[in-house]
Each structure stands twice: as C-alpha cells, then as structure tokens.
Design a protein around this ligand. Structure first.
Ligand SMILES: [Zn+2]
Ligand SMILES: [Zn+2]
Length: 218
C-alpha cells in the first residue's frame, strides 16, 4: 500500500499530519498531486469543534495541483496538466446539478443541504500530498501557463463562492470599480482601487474575455 502525508482530523483541537493511504483513481475520478492549498476559516471552525466532521478525515478543500492519475471515462485532460479544483465538487448529473444548483448536489439523488461540499467535509480533502477528485470531468479546470498556483488558489472557494452568490442574486459582476469610485482620490495608505488589482484581477480579466473559462471554475 502506498502512503502519503496528510492533515487528519481526530477531534476538536486534535488535528495533525500523519501517514495515510494514498488514493487511486476509479472510473470518472482523478488523483491530483497537490502543489498548493490553504487553511480556510472553515478549517478553523472544524479545529475548534464548531463544525463536525468524522474523525479520521483529511481536511482542506482549496486544491491546486497536477493530474497524477486518471480513471476511465475522462476526456480533455492528460497526466501532468496543472489544474484547479473547486471546493464544491458537484456530480453534474443529479436533479440539483441539472437545475443549476451545484452547491446543493445531492450525491446522485434529490437535493441535500451542502451536498456539493465534499472535500474535507464528507470525503478526504486537500491538505495532503494527493487528492482523489470525484466526478472529475465536471470538476477539473486547467490552469493557463501564464498564471501561477498562487494567483489562482483563491478561486477554489472564496472567489467562486462570491461569484456564485452574485450570479444567484442576478448581481452584475464588475472587474472595474464603479464610475463614481474611479474619480475618487486614493487613500494615502492604500494602492489605487484597493484589492481590485493583482493576481485575481488578472484572472478575472481573463475570465471576462473568455466567459467559458469562468464557468469551468464555477
Ligand atoms: Zn474554504
Ligand atoms: Zn449533482
């Protein structure tokens, strides 16, 4: 049995890195070698016992990596592709998914609350050397060569959650500040437009030019 190092939850304030079984890919699945991940605020709630997951679970849900192994039935990807995987991994085929409610994916049947969030919640997560991605055809997004892992890692959860919320509420997503803010003098201690510039902005502009790439990630 091949093993890997992973961050495992055992109970409140009892999470540590240990050797666990390394996953292998079945049909429709992929294994990615993690190159970058995060500690999310949600992981802190898990650590403090405020959100319960089962003991023995590898936590983490914001993965960037390289495809190491592909199961049967995957197309359009190859071993070695750099990919981003969303924190929410919908099946793409159940009633919730087919009605556009991917975060409510019900594991193949019906609609279950928070059903689409699996990594580090109901299945092993991303704070590990390798990650098994379910329903990989629907959940891998290739990373353009010109973008670094650091530039895309926040798209796995926090940014895509924001986009999805805005889209659900029919709020238009802007990559430029509104007109009345354009003319405002910058705060002396802050760069112009605050956080709207930088790596994420570059990604957002790319998505704006190619809307299908945004859908790949969301
Ligand atoms: Zn998160
Ligand atoms: Zn589904």
């Amino acid at each position: 049995m091949q093993t890997m190092r992973a961050n495992v939850f055992h109970g409140p304030n009892d999470i540590h890195v240990e050797e666990v079984r390394r996953p292998t890919a079945g049909a429709g699945e992929a294994v990615i070698r993690i190159t970058l991940t995060t500690i999310c605020g949600t992981d802190l709630h898990i650590l403090q016992g405020e959100y319960r997951v089962k003991p023995g679970l590898v936590i983490g849900h914001e993965p960037v990596g390289v495809i190491e192994e592909m199961g049967e039935e995957l197309s359009g990807y190859k071993i070695g592709d750099r990919v981003l995987v969303g924190a929410i991994t919908p099946c793409g085929q159940c009633r919730a998914c087919l009605s556009g409610k991917w975060a409510q994916c019900g594991h193949g049947e019906g609609v279950e609350a928070i059903g689409g969030w699996r990594f580090g919640n109901t299945i092993n997560g991303a704070q590990a050397e390798y990650l098994l991605v379910p329903n990989a055809q629907a959940n891998l997004a290739k990373i353009p060569d010109e973008l670094t892992d650091e530039q895309v890692v926040l798209l796995a959860d926090i940014a895509s959650t924001g986009f999805s919320g805005a889209e659900s509420a029919n709020i238009r997503i802007e990559t430029r500040p509104p007109q009345h803010l354009e003319n405002r003098k910058p705060h002396p201690s802050r760069p112009p437009h605050g956080n709207s510039r930088g790596p994420l902005r570059a990604r957002l502009l790319k998505q704006q030019q190619n809307p299908s790439s945004k859908r790949d990630i969301l």
